[in-house]
Design a binder for this molecule. Sequence first.
Ligand code: ZN
Ligand code: ZN
Length: 366
Amino acid sequence: MAKSRTAPSDPYATRLVNVRAAMAKARIDGLLVLDRHEQYWLTGFTGEDGMVLVTPTGCVLLSDRRFDETADREAPWAQKVLRKVRSAAVTAREIRRHKLGRIGFDARHIDVATHAALSKELRPARLVSVQNLVGRLRLLKDDGEIAAIRRAIRVAEQAFLAVWDTIKPGQPEREIAARLVFEMQSRGAEEPSFPPIVAAGANASLPHYAPGDAPVKANEVLLIDWGARSGWYVSDLTRTMSIGRMPRDLTKAWDAVCAAHAAAIDAVRPGVRAAAVDAVARRIIRSAGFGDRFGHALGHGIGLKVHEPPRLGTDSEDELAAGMVVTIEPGIYLPGIGGIRIEDDVLVTASGREVLSSLPVRLPAG
Ligand code: ZN
Ligand code: ZN
């Protein structure tokens, strides 16, 4: 039955070649891909029960009967195995057929109990931890991935503009968050890339605030951090605004965040250390007197996940390279008063950068 399979076409053919090269380097002859996003990246399979086994010559998709047709449609070239029972013994039996010696896995994608059971059942084959093998290959986005991220950004921006026009004092944060989700999904997003943060007034000083019943008030700050997932790729944006005028005790912070945001974007280029880009923003915020009020990293990679490498932070060892898509999101948080954060999505290009998002930083007053 395996002989009737067709070969994968791109992008999967190229990805498999690259994964096998990384496997050879890591001295493993099998790779268990346990993360759903990584399975999608490698095969196009979207079913929620899956496990992908890459061998030097094959690619096995282990799922169950609910995803029989999904697998045929999305990854007809992969060797499909539908398990009746999802036990470690059954999974191990399928894996053992390939007579592998060292099987790699990413320790972040398996729980301790499953690891113990699989290790036992797979003997004499050994499970070998190879952290981030697929993750490293996903760092650089190909044209199709960049196009998907652009669509996710466009959907999020259009949804935001539709909601922004209707925000009025008195509306609770939760309602604005719900309408953002509705507008994104109406425009083709599969889902929000994370539950939107809508923080009114003093709530905006909590960087990861969950929207509640607090109403939006005139002449107070309103921070919205949101994104869409479209074609499995995500966007991640933040705008801080006010209905009326920006509160006086936040204008200095606003100016500092705007300056840090612009300077950090200008610093993005291939070959630069991610920590150096973070430092550009941090220096500006520190010299404005808010050095201890910018308590998170400047940014992070986006792609199939909202937070993926590289990390743009003070302690990051990453270096930017053409093809990475990162957020630039400096912020200043003043407890009891509010917070300012501006976040855009930026593609590192061969010659520097392209800001993929297009909303103005300074939104017209509502
Ligand atoms: Zn965000
Ligand atoms: Zn972010």
